[in-house]
Design a protein around this ligand. Sequence first.
Ligand SMILES: [Zn+2]
Length: 96
Amino acid sequence: MKKPILGWSLRKSYRRLGFYSKEKNLLVISRILDSKKVPPEVVKFLLYHEMLHMAIPVQKVNGRRQIHPPVFKQREKQFPNYQSIQKWLKKNLVKL
Ligand SMILES: [Zn+2]
């Protein structure tokens, strides 16, 4: 994979924790996660999620765009401590 340009978002987005732009070769993680309160593995997981977008393109199934197709979700769950990271995000995101 080509190494993207990495950065924190300019705005503090709670809804969009990360995004990847193929056109700009840019991988951005929300600035709210740029905090000591956030375990490094959570940021690593979000980087992994966006890198999966680099590896797995958007698929069209019955005319519908699938941004996170089944193969994407399958590989996402292979990340170490996936479940506990999801729990952490659910519980702590609002406190950031
Ligand atoms: Zn995604």
